[in-house]
Design a protein around this ligand. Sequence first.
Ligand SMILES: [Zn+2]
Length: 260
Amino acid sequence: MTGPGTNSYLLGSEKLALIDPGPVIDSHIEQLLSACGDRLCWILVTHTHPDHSPAARRIADRTGARLIGCVMSDDGHQDRTFQVEENLYHGQLLETPEFTLEAIHTPGHVANQFCYLLRGEGVLFSGDHIMQGSSVVIIPPSGDMSDYICSTETLMNYPIQVIAPGHGELLDEPQTVLQQIVAHRLAREHRVLQSLIDLGESGLDRLLPEVYSDINPDLLAMARLSLWAHLLKLEKEGRIRKCIDLHWAFGEEHWTLADS
Ligand SMILES: [Zn+2]
């Protein structure tokens, strides 16, 4: 699920900040330490999934760098080794003589996801809010589709010049990227509604091949999570409702259109 791997970013030349140190892979950690020398002062994480934050503790112990991020309760997908010295809040600034980073809370992929904007240059370090080459998985209950779309719209108000994702290459034309993300999610949501019209009352497994008929079948297990997030959003908005059909579902959650 990490594509070509997790991107770690180093900022500065005198005093360095490291964004998303990644997983505990010895060769990767040694490479980061050798690039930093004795200049590493801050380690920031975009969120605490196992491919983004576990190396933070090890690198902090070796360098004395300050750990900055947001810890959340474990939802079964968290790096539980991560502990912060500084818990992030929306709008928080890391100001150094060389650069200023602004923390932007972007819940959706997961509740504790933050992006960091390098002010002046307009580089947005997006973690897993935006990836290059694929859609981000939304994993309820800590992931939330409404929040994801709302966070993406919030990012449209920032002076972003380029997006530096947690996975994949840099993305130019950030406003286009952000608009495409929202449009893509709303188009998928439309397919969910259309599938409920076509199939009638349905559970996740019946909807999945209908709603995601256009993707690689290997990705369906992950898509199922995002489908669940779409259904929860639509239910919260009162556009669909949950029903239980014991006849053929034995209690499995099913949804139907609210007005049916
Ligand atoms: Zn993640």
